[in-house]
Design a protein around this ligand. Sequence first.
Ligand code: GLY
Length: 365
Amino acid sequence: MRTVHVNLGDRSYDIHIGHDLPVGASLAGEEGLRALVVSDGNVGPLHGERCETLLQAQGLTTSRLDVPAGEASKDMAFMQRIYDAALEAGLDRLSVIVALGGGMVGDLAGFAAATFLRGVRLIQVPTTLLSMVDSSVGGKTAVNLPQGKNLVGAFYQPVEVAADLATLSTLPEREYVSGLAEVVKYGVIWDAELFRRMEESVDGLLSRDATVLEDVVARCCEIKAEVVAMDEREAGVRAVLNYGHTLGHALEKELAYSGCLHGEAVSVGMVYAGELSVKEKGFPEDERDRVAGLLKRLGLPVGVRDLGTTPAWEKLRGAMAADKKTRGRIPRFVLAERLGSVAFGCAVDDDLLKEAFAVIGAGAS
Ligand code: GLY
């Protein structure tokens, strides 16, 4: 097992990464605690009982609510369902809400924990690669409104994260590979050595090798912990975590109907950011090619056409301008200077944005 500490003063916590981990170890010794496990219709039946047993082993009384799997559950109606379940289970201010699942469950249960009784403790038990390396760490929680994604939320740190790699064995292949895009991202933005290790471990990554996974997931969590400790509320450097996400979010929005996954959109977005980076920041062309090469070897899309459909540039440009992270409708990009080092908050000339899109529009080469 590896442990990564997130250093946030009195809101610090540990992330445990490994196989067959305990859950609720950070609460051991406290008497009479209650826990509500929130999961979804896919993960709950697979891992819910074990999670409750592990919590009971730490002396907690548990109950569980599974919401339907899928982003549609991340809304205020299901938030009310969680509040109902929390009241029915008799949760008090010392109780804990446990988010067992991927990013949707983490966001939904996290916001419930941030708000129920003005805040109860939160434990994140991520079961997807994406949520292990990204959404379960750092305290972002949110629900969607009919008007848009993640429009209501809170920064609310968990007291513990237990990333049990054993749960990845039940993750569908496409979802697992999609999570690898975020892993590649950490190499590009922060750690050229991690990137190199990934290039050498493609087979181990694809076969979900336990040692390779523990190494890369722990390193990604270390990087995220470091970034979040520097800038918890995204006033500055935390934005580097959005490498590839400016176009990625726009693609997700425009291609929602075709079921494009987050990591797939981010993969194409990173190839796009690589093109912009060569022009704007002198990102070496061979490093740009290494990033696209690694993504491709991992089975990720590297061009818009690989996503199965080609949205019009004007639509994507409009979606990028409407992103909630823009200022004055000018999209901001994270751009690479070299592997392991990026600049954030970069505005890019419109002609160049379109030119780079034409390059990646073609799809895999
Ligand atoms: N997913 C980006 C962040 O947590 O800031």
